[in-house]
Design a protein around this ligand. Sequence first.
Ligand code: DOR
Ligand code: ZN
Length: 344
Amino acid sequence: MNEITIRRPDDWHVHLRDGAMLRGVADFTARQFARAIVMPNLTPPVTRAADAVEYRQRIMDALGAGADFTPLMTCYLTDATDPEDLAQGHAEGIFTAAKLYPAGATTNSANGVTDIANIYPVLEKMQEIGMVLCVHGEVTDPDIDIFDREAVFIERILGPLLQDMPGLRVVFEHATTAEAVAFVGITGPNVAATITPQHLHINRNAMLVGGMRPHAYCLPVAKREKHRLALRKAATSGSRKFFLGTDSAPHAKEAKESACGCAGIFNAPYALESYATVFDEEGALDHFEAFASLNGPHFYGLPVNEGTVTLERAEVEVPALVEAGGSSLVPFHAGQTLGWRLRA
Ligand code: DOR
Ligand code: ZN
């Protein structure tokens, strides 16, 4: 197969930021995707429907002329989220989903949830109205090794939560472990997962062998090879439970190349090319459309997109740097050649 045409895909997890950075990165996502679930971890976070309406407008204003892109907004859950406000924002079509960040788990999560018990009334309301919960699935206890934080989250938090609320619709965001793949596999159709390109391409060696490589650092961190293989198998399996979510998370080059470097990989510019390479390597291009364009809408209960995109087998050189909003960003695959190209 030398080219593949699929329905226009969506990105079910992206960080578009705000201000100059937003204006610098928005078109990279809009060029590849028709819609995206936009993460709310701004400073301050997007916690109310009115914030989301304004943020959505700033995203629309940041897009180049002629862009055909719909941002799907999310609500950042805190210990103080009011169930009725959230439900109203959902009913009004402002919030597509709500995001659970355990406090301290990642970038701008300080206002996140300190104890899942604190938001049980919110989650019960979400279960009742069928609103999707997007989960950053890592515990933050200092005594839990960072490589175990996802598996422990499933054991201690998500498993018990779904026992209490078996109808809650959950997207396990950026799954990075075999445990997450197995958990999503055995739960009902109300539980699904997104998978990033980086977790399909790299394991933790990419971050640590031959020197520390901050541009391979994101959260949850890449794990052992066996986990990468489990993720590749899940993503390319054709199962409806797994779909595309880039977690593209731009940080200026110098903010990553620092004594305390920021977590996040900016993969938006070549995300589809990166995913297509994986599906090709796995001999699973026939399942690419389901992963990129069908499973996400199916889970969220949204229509699939009109129109198509075509990827062709051709070399694409990923630049060492991308300029955006006055910052230099090091994109995922910087300096590498990918074997698939998105046709303009
Ligand atoms: O690597 C990450 N970067 N993981 C997250 O969960 C947040 C993101 C960011 O906002 O930079
Ligand atoms: Zn993210």
